[in-house]
Write a protein that binds this ligand. Structure first.
Ligand SMILES: [Zn+2]
Length: 486
């Protein structure tokens, strides 16, 4: 019996605000422990929270961009649990009157088309602090850093709409790209500002019913989530194959053994004893605020990808690569506005700029370099393409120019002048062509006798002699006329 995974995600994104969600403390990453704290985020008795309007607007912006229904009133609840990094002994979250409900994220599956992954709800809550466990056998204590306590955290809960490891991979990349396009989170997975929790079950392919799901926490990168999906496919598959039953529970990822381990049986909502936070009023979501935010939403990745295919005649694959990061898409459009050769510009960006960035970035989980780190600005790429398309330089020279542009920051026109890289005109080429023909009499005879392809060797020899400074488009007719063939 073939089994298929049914996967949903809880996405946690720290919102890009300067202050925390219930107090004015800084959200800066990497400050010395317990320096960005105050009575509110340390949970001291009597301290009162006040909603940060900036965080609320970023959350609303995300909900609107995900096509969520926005209930007219949103409220905050206390989620009660005891843990050292949560000094109040409850987290302010939302349990009922969420900021957004329903909605979807579009993900681009290439040839399989665009899929909508449903959103169950989206809500605003606060992050917890961090327990720090010092290394060493003699150490029998943990330390606590509350700098992160009270950071604004957005939780996006998806419906279990994902059906394969590949779809899960595309979803995570798309969600990260989406949040960055919206500019609501910096999405640095290595700093924990974007985190994915997985829930997953298996069922016979073709079945409509869901199996029993498990939730997995402690997944700190996209590649770890993918490893976890593999591990759960295997574990759950083996249990079901033996006629066993999956237990509904929360499991923790063990990165050393690459397996999940049972942590606790799933809490139900009542375990947390949610109740409305009496310190916070109900928030009315005003229509004019919604309209104001809607008016500032940018074009999002999937829509931009579709437009790139239609407007610029790019393949779905190329359009997908160019729109994955907003900066790359902007760079491409800046260059095309200056020189209208979209395919040429796209090819140079993908073959040269993105390759250069890939070689220097820290991989999928490391620091993500954007095209803003690339030393050649969009106008210089446009100029290079213009020189090439006008025949001022040859393709070979363009390839030589590129590393010089990276190293020197000079524009292609300046470099062409400085290095004397303009193609030779016919009068300069004449003696060189004659010399090459004289040195290769057999090839010359072959061409005269109708072996048209043999001319390639003569073109190549002239190119070599001129170090690429002959334009192939005018060189071939010149050689032909010297040989007296059409
Ligand atoms: Zn504070």
């Amino acid at each position: 019996m073939e089994l298929e995974p049914v996967i949903g995600f809880e996405v946690h994104a720290e919102l890009k605000t300067r202050a925390k969600v219930w107090c004015g403390c800084s959200t800066a990453f990497g400050a010395p422990p317990n320096t960005n704290v105050c009575p509110v985020c340390m949970g001291l008795p009597g301290a009162l929270p006040v909603l940060n309007e900036g965080a609320y607007r970023l959350a609303l912006r995300t909900a609107l961009a995900l096509h969520c229904d926005i209930p007219p009133v949103t409220t905050f609840d206390r989620k009660n649990y005891y843990y050292p990094d949560l000094p109040k002994n409850y987290q302010i979250s939302q349990n009922d009157k969420f900021l957004g409900k329903g909605g979807y994220l579009e993900i681009n599956l290439g040839e399989a088309g665009v899929k909508q992954v449903g959103i169950d709800n989206i809500h605003l809550e606060e992050d917890a602090g961090k327990n720090i466990h010092p290394e060493g056998t003699a150490v029998d204590y943990s330390l606590l850093d509350l700098n992160r306590a009270g950071m604004p955290l957005l939780e996006i809960v998806t419906k279990p709409d994902i059906r394969s490891r590949h779809e899960a991979h595309v979803f995570m990349n798309s969600m990260r790209s989406f949040l960055k396009y919206l500019d609501v989170s910096d999405c640095k997975m290595e700093e924990g500002s974007l985190r994915f929790e997985l829930n997953m079950s298996l069922r016979p392919k073709g079945s409509e019913e869901f199996g029993t799901k498990v939730e997995v926490k402690n997944l700190n990168s996209i590649s770890v989530v993918l490893k976890c999906i593999d591990a759960e496919l295997e574990r759950q598959g083996a249990v079901l194959a033996e006629g066993g039953a999956i237990i509904q529970e929360t499991r923790l990822w063990d990165d050393v053994e690459a397996v999940t381990r049972a942590m606790r049986t799933k809490e139900t909502a009542t375990d947390y004893r949610y109740f409305p936070d009496p310190d916070l009023v109900d928030f009315e979501v005003k229509e004019e605020v919604k309209q104001e935010i809607l008016a500032t939403l940018p074009e999002l990745p999937v829509a931009r990808c579709r437009r790139f295919e239609e407007q610029y005649g790019l393949s779905a694959y190329d359009a997908g690569l160019l729109t994955a990061q907003r900066q790359t898409a902007d760079y491409f459009e800046d260059a095309v506005r200056l020189h209208n050769n979209p395919k040429g510009v796209a090819n140079w960006i993908m073959a040269e700029a993105l390759r250069w960035l890939n070689e220097r970035s820290g991989g999928e989980e490391g620091e993500e370099l954007t095209i803003e780190h690339f030393p050649v600005p969009a106008p210089a790429i446009a100029e290079l393409l213009r020189l090439l398309d006008e025949g001022t330089i040859t393709g070979k020279i363009a390839k030589q120019l590129f590393p010089m542009m990276i190293d020197t920051g000079k524009t292609p026109s300046v470099l062409v002048e400085e290095k004397g890289l303009k193609p030779l005109d016919d009068s300069a080429l004449d003696p060189i062509v004659e010399e090459v023909i004289a040195n290769m009499p057999k090839v010359a005879d072959d061409v005269r006798n109708g072996k048209a392809k043999a001319i390639g060797a003569l073109v190549g020899a002239v190119m070599k002699k001129t170090q690429g400074k002959a334009n192939p488009a005018t060189l071939t007719p010149l050689i032909k006329s010297k040989l007296g063939v059409e």
